[in-house]
Design a protein around this ligand. Structure first.
Ligand SMILES: Nc1nc2c(ncn2[C@@H]2O[C@H](COP(=O)(O)OP(=O)(O)OP(=O)(O)O)[C@@H](O)[C@H]2O)c(=O)[nH]1
Ligand SMILES: [Mg+2]
Length: 151
């Protein structure tokens, strides 16, 4: 079975925008209401990580994923993840700091937050508006993924 990259993060943190980039698609960006399986991704609604009753569902969904991306919106640093949450997943968990075009001075807080969640470095800083860091992340995730798992 093809493994996909699961994208988790608070509401409006840029999950669906990133999923579009990873899938080379341009799906319209309206609030994600359900888990959406794309070519390379599993996009999740922000409300799922904001609702502890949905954690089990996210963890179960990740069982078929190659990676879990934990998004932290640098422009809006809400604390939605429980401490150690990354340890719930059996696949690699990658920390992605989004919207770095909006508040470029804010570097330490997202790092502290990712450490608290239990995500190990390296972290990726991206802007999907200014196209910063995107090709490095894509290469890291899909470079090996696609060649070993084509169908
Ligand atoms: N400035 C800026 N805006 C961004 C960036 N990435 C996404 N956005 C904008 O942020 C808004 C939310 O993006 P989405 O990708 O829909 O966010 P989401 O996490 O999927 O949101 P939900 O599905 O509601 O949880 C959109 O208006 C995007 O255009 C970025 O890197 N910089
Ligand atoms: Mg979305």
């Amino acid at each position: 079975m093809k493994k996909r990259i699961m994208v988790v993060g608070p509401t409006q943190s840029g999950k669906s925008t990133l999923a579009n980039v990873l899938n080379d698609t341009t799906r319209p960006l309206k609030k994600t209401q359900d888990v959406i399986y794309g070519k390379n991704t599993i996009d999740t609604p922000g409300s799922y990580i904001e609702n502890p009753a949905m954690y089990r569902y996210l963890i179960a969904t990740a069982q078929t994923a190659s990676h879990v991306l934990i998004l932290v919106d640098q422009s809006r640093l809400t604390e939605v993840y429980p401490p150690g949450f990354a340890k719930s997943f059996t696949c690699p968990v990658i920390g992605v700091i989004t919207k770095v075009d909006l508040t470029p001075q804010n570097k330490d807080l997202p790092i502290q937050q990712l450490k608290r969640i239990g995500v190990s470095e390296p972290y990726f800083w991206i802007s999907l508006k200014d196209n910063i860091g995107v090709s490095a992340l894509k290469e890291y995730l899909l470079g090996k993924h696609e060649s070993s798992d084509k169908n």
